[in-house]
Design a protein around this ligand. Sequence first.
Ligand SMILES: Nc1nc2c(ncn2[C@@H]2O[C@H](COP(=O)(O)OP(=O)(O)OP(=O)(O)O)[C@@H](O)[C@H]2O)c(=O)[nH]1
Ligand SMILES: [Mg+2]
Length: 219
Amino acid sequence: MPTVRHDTQSVSFKIVYCGTPLCGKTTNIQQIHARLDPAGRSDLVSLSTARDRTLFFDFLSVEAAAVPGYRTSFHLYTVPGQITYNATLQLVLRQADGIVFVADSQLDRQRDNLQAFQNLEANLRLNGSSIDRLPVVLQYNKRDLPNAAPVEYLEYLLNNRERRFISFEADARSGRNVLATLNAVSQGVLGQFQQRLYPTPAAEPAAPEREAKMAMSEA
Ligand SMILES: Nc1nc2c(ncn2[C@@H]2O[C@H](COP(=O)(O)OP(=O)(O)OP(=O)(O)O)[C@@H](O)[C@H]2O)c(=O)[nH]1
Ligand SMILES: [Mg+2]
């Protein structure tokens, strides 16, 4: 659920980056941090081991002109991919408004992708949420590597349900489609927020979504 504060006229949404170990979650957040205007984002907070494995989470807050009259921010979290930190995953997933599932495109990581996706589904269910109700964006990362599986295979594996998720091919290390992924999930989150506020078809979501997109273009 978004946090709305009428006293300070602010609203914040929580977006969580999930995926198998070393798929590139932290790299996404680092690229967003590097590419956005410092005036519109916080410092990057990373709680990691000496070897750069995420231990607890990474956190970055990004501002966008999205909800008229309210300061709007998107709180981006990553979770550690390692299964030993499942309790952390569950904790960070709590109250998530949107999910980015980062998949590692390398052929030999497909079983791990699937396992991470099923684990995400199970943890959302334990939190009383569901992957079918949340805005979800799939990111097929590491497309630059020679052993990347065909995108059709990744789609078959991870995106074969009734409600198809938006998906992007990305190379987080170079930054390709990192902001496009963030824009897509932010728009999904805003769309769902507006739908809750104005559940009739008369809702007019176009303008704030456009503003949010503009606000997240590169610095
Ligand atoms: N070639 C290539 N390497 C990438 C890409 N994205 C991330 N990497 C590399 O993959 C390794 C792991 O990236 P991280 O961003 O730390 O992965 P993570 O998902 O945060 O890992 P955990 O927090 O341990 O689960 C690093 O060496 C990155 O530089 C990519 O698109 N292409
Ligand atoms: Mg990490």
